[in-house]
Design a protein around this ligand. Structure first.
Ligand SMILES: Cc1cc2nc3c(=O)[nH]c(=O)nc-3n(C[C@H](O)[C@H](O)[C@H](O)COP(=O)(O)OP(=O)(O)OC[C@H]3O[C@@H](n4cnc5c(N)ncnc54)[C@H](O)[C@@H]3O)c2cc1C
Length: 385
């Protein structure tokens, strides 16, 4: 079977690798060479444990030894991850994953897909460099996927978060990640160190506030870390400066009702969606790299056996968790507990209780799911350890 995969990010490159190894003919398309996609690049312990190539490969990555949580009222909690936690440059990660796909036999074309038509059981795929045909079409083309729209899967503005920030060149070698919660809107800002730069970013619900407000909030945080950089950003004529390159991007953050209706595969019209194109991102934390790779593995398994099982497979593997995260999202960011915002109380509790601290640490590192979270939190809070 000839499969056309649109997008060679973590989802598309991984699927190309898995299917090529199993004898499929793979045409992998990406509009760009490997690039620094707007992303924190955080790869959780869960991802490192499950995908050996992320853990053991030679691709440069920054290993993290502490996670600092900061509340809107500047309460701080620092925890050490129980297992490895890594930060990748997306350019380096993309380069490595594409090479693995090519080595397994996939053909990579650096072409934007302009259109795709399904007729007589085949797909005709249009690029500026000419047309291609395929038996099966996979959309792995990210949050703003054109393939998703072409196959008729609709997301609404409520299904997205919006993020912006700066990648800042640095010679510093930090091994600490910062996450700060915000009081005005539901979301957080971060500092993620990479091998040669720091990714500063802020994310919240799409259209929940203005980009100008988000920038101001992020610059205030940067000022607490690097005054010189903050004043450079405040006085810059454009968004970027010589050492700080600006980015802005959408992140899928599906609503509960969208999770309920979502179909990521049609075996009759022979298409499927994976990764961000399918909305497979944790609505609470924004983690998407793991789910991009995991959904690629599940689709490969389904295509080798029974492709119509794909929807059932991703739902069973992580769909229920994601739906639960979507349910918790509003309460987590806007909820109050005993007269204070939940995030403030959470950090206060965690400072006093080792058990709660451990739950929080595991949640950030991807080791604690949302289904069962309440029970574990309650058990930890009342264990008085
Ligand atoms: C600001 C920000 C911070 C984030 N931080 C983290 C984090 O720290 N950890 C984490 O796990 N996740 C994070 N995420 C989410 C993560 O970036 C995504 O979930 C992940 O990249 C999804 O992989 P993907 O392969 O599905 O899509 P992408 O990585 O977006 O890849 C899609 C590819 O498709 C290509 N493409 C698009 N349209 C076309 C077309 N028409 N023709 C050909 N090619 C096309 C693009 O060039 C791109 O290379 C973050 C996201 C954002 C926006």
């Amino acid at each position: 079977m000839r499969v056309a995969i649109v997008g060679a990010g973590p989802a598309g490159a991984r699927l190309a690798h898995q299917l090529s190894k199993n004898g499929f003919e793979i045409l992998l398309f990406d509009a760009r060479e490997a690039w620094e996609k707007p992303c924190g690049g955080g790869v959780t312990s869960k991802a490192l444990r499950e995908f050996e190539f992320l853990r053991d490969g030679q691709t440069p990555k920054r290993m993290i030894s502490s996670l600092r949580l900061i509340t809107a009222q500047n309460r701080e909690l620092t925890v050490a991850p129980r297992h490895d936690f890594a930060i990748y440059s997306r350019k380096e990660l993309g380069r490595m994953m594409r090479q693995r796909a090519i080595d397994a036999g996939a053909r990579l074309y650096c072409n934007r897909i302009e259109g795709a038509e399904f007729a007589n059981g085949h797909w005709r795929i249009e690029t500026a460099a000419g047309d291609f045909t395929a038996d099966f079409l996979v959309g792995a083309d990210g949050a703003s996927s054109v393939t998703r729209r072409r196959v008729g899967v609709k997301f609404e503005p409520k299904d997205f978060a919006y993020a912006l920030g700066w990648n800042v060149k640095t010679a510093e070698s930090l091994s600490r990640v910062d996450v700060k919660y915000l009081d005005e809107f539901g979301g957080y800002l971060w500092l993620f160190p990479r091998t040669d730069h720091i990714s500063y970013g802020i994310a919240c619900g799409y259209q929940e506030t203005t980009p100008a407000r988000m920038k101001a909030e992020l610059i205030d945080f940067i000022e607490t870390q690097d005054c010189e950089l903050a004043s450079e950003l405040k006085t810059a004529s454009g968004n970027s400066t010589a050492r700080a390159s600006f980015y802005a991007a959408m992140i899928p953050s599906l609503d509960v009702s969208t999770w309920d209706q979502l179909r990521a595969c049609d075996s009759k019209r022979t298409w499927a969606l994976i990764g961000d194109a399918a909305g497979f991102v944790d609505p609470l934390t924004g983690e998407g790299i793991y789910y991009a790779i995991k959904s690629a593995d599940l689709l490969a398994q389904a295509m080798i056996n029974r492709v119509e099982d794909f929807d059932e497979m991703w739902r069973a593997e992580f769909g229920a968790e994601m739906r639960r995260a979507a349910q918790l999202q509003h309460r987590f960011y806007h909820g109050n507990f005993v007269g204070a915002p939940l995030t403030e109380r959470m950090v206060q509790f965690a400072k006093r209780h080792r058990g709660v601290r451990e739950v929080l640490r595991d949640l950030i590192a991807g080791d604690q799911g949302y289904v069962g979270l309440k029970t574990r939190l309650l058990q930890s809070a009342f264990s008085f350890t």
